[in-house]
Write a protein of this length. Structure first.
Length: 94
């Protein structure tokens, strides 16, 4: 199963379990992958997908640190959760 198929399957699972937070992160991943696919050859390799997920994880981690420094714990908790979801895909791909 390719990475795109895995994301699609996880989106369906999140929809069925009504996990809105996880669904939001998964849709973000899929939209970035679809954007890459439309700008390139039409398919995204697993290596390219990994780079995209790594970039998204880095963005979430940096935003989490920024919110923590500014004492915005409500926003920091959301960014931390999103980073953890992204990290779970990085571990699978490695």
């Amino acid at each position: 199963m390719g990475f795109m198929e895995q994301i699609s399957a996880d989106i369906k699972t999140a929809m069925l379990s009504k996990d809105k937070e996880r669904l939001s992160v998964l849709r973000d991943i899929k939209s970035k992958l679809m954007l890459e696919a439309t700008s390139g050859s039409g398919e995204v390799s697993d290596e390219t997908a990994m780079k995209i997920v790594m970039k998204l994880h880095k963005q979430r981690t940096e935003t989490y640190q920024l919110y923590t420094e500014q004492n915005r714990e409500d926003l920091a908790a959301e960014e931390k959760f999103q980073a953890e979801v992204l990290e779970s895909y990085l571990q699978k791909m490695l």
